[in-house]
Design a protein around this ligand. Structure first.
Ligand code: MRU
Length: 364
């Protein structure tokens, strides 16, 4: 996707020495490219959310393994890199998926062949992510098109939560990919963007990338969605996912479940967009998905630009108030109208998922 007319991905091999990323902790106020030169820097980027979003975390992990192997191509170094990257964030299964892909390619090779193979596979994984997400967009745009005849002369209003756009992936995004394609086709779409406290990925990232692409959008407080649905101002919801269990239960950014409840109560279709790398076939349902607990400071403090142009962090709570920060929640499959995958749109159920992805079966 483009920023100021220049096409970017969120991660790329910059040169022999480094992997470049867009530092998402600086957006939307500053566009800063950071360079990773070691596995420790890759881990830091994931933990601090310089890179975030399930597919992009996987891509960063793949390049993290490559950076580690370039420094030391032994089995012990491969084991250590995989262990430290796997522990960097717990909820997005794309991380473990990418590490398994890298391990499968590198382990059988003699050490002197591993570095080149690692960078090549990481680059390929990134290309695959971009094309997978483009296909998610092509599958999902049909759902948006279905709404067009009912909205003659009107706008199709889509609500999304957090950031599941191109910034959360290598390119295109998952939940936003159908919206970009719909917009490019000339369909009149407008996006309600949940601000997504505490880290404001909606306000800071989704609004930024929709704006850069010219997609009409409005940022709303997280609590506004139910009211808008009650008043017929939301035609459908599309969100991303960090882990989809084999039965279709979907973990996504905290607050997603509340939007799904409100959508269900108001008869608003609620779709989850996710690639195959986000499906955890080892979990029968979402009950065992690990939920990341992040620093309470993300709740008690907020960062933004002051009127003088400075970036400042301020405290919003009374001193001494405790804060809790569960970063994800699980939306039960029964509240999900459908899963948008690169292979098609299916119901959120084990049977439908295994029909789309034959051979990938849940445990008995
Ligand atoms: O904590 P984050 O910003 O990594 O959470 C991201 C989300 O919840 C996204 O919706 C999800 O990863 C889908 S990414 C296409």
């Amino acid at each position: 996707m483009k920023i100021d007319g220049i096409p970017y991905r969120t991660i790329w091999l910059a040169d022999d020495a480094s992997v470049a990323i867009i530092d998402q902790t600086r957006l939307p106020h500053e566009f800063v490219i950071a360079h990773m030169t070691s596995v420790a820097e890759a881990v830091y980027a994931i933990k601090t959310m310089q890179v975030r979003g399930a597919p992009l975390i996987g891509a960063m992990a793949a390049y993290g393994v490559a950076l580690a192997i370039r420094a030391d191509a032994s089995d012990a170094a491969l084991d250590a890199a995989i262990a430290v990257l796997a522990a960097s964030r717990p909820t997005a299964i794309n991380l473990a998926w990418a590490l398994k892909v890298m391990d499968g390619v590198l382990r059988p090779l003699p050490p002197d062949q591993r570095a080149d193979a690692a960078f090549a596979r990481a680059a390929q994984l990134c290309d695959e992510d971009a094309s997978t997400n483009r296909r998610i967009g092509e599958q999902g745009v049909a759902i948006i098109r279905e709404h067009a005849p009912r909205k003659v002369g009107g706008v199709i209003n889509i609500l999304t939560h957090c950031n599941a756009g191109w910034l959360a992936t290598v390119d295109w995004g998952t939940a936003l990919a159908p919206i970009y394609i719909a917009h490019d086709e000339g369909l009149p779409v407008h996006v309600w963007v949940d601000e997504t406290r505490p880290r404001n990925q909606g306000a800071a990232l989704t609004a930024y990338e929709l704006g850069a692409h010219g997609v009409p959008h409005t940022v709303i407080a997280d609590n506004a969605g139910g009211h808008l649905m009650q008043h017929g101002q939301v035609d459908l919801c599309i969100v991303g996912a960090d882990r989809v269990a084999a039965n279709g239960d979907a973990a996504n950014k905290i607050g997603t479940y509340l939007k799904a409840l409100a959508a269900y109560d108001n008869g608003v279709p609620f779709f989850v967009a996710a690639p195959h790398s986000t499906i955890d076939w080892q979990l029968n349902d979402g009950g065992a998905i690990p939920i990341e607990e992040r620093d309470a400071r993300e709740v008690t403090h907020i960062t933004g630009r002051t009127e003088t142009g400075a970036i400042a962090t301020v405290q919003v709570t009374a001193p001494g108030s405790a804060a809790a920060n569960p970063a994800f929640d699980v939306t039960p499959a029964r509240l999900i109208s459908g899963l948008i995958t690169e292979r098609g749109v299916c119901s959120a159920s084990a049977n439908a998922l295994t029909a789309l992805f034959p051979g990938s079966t849940p445990p008995q």
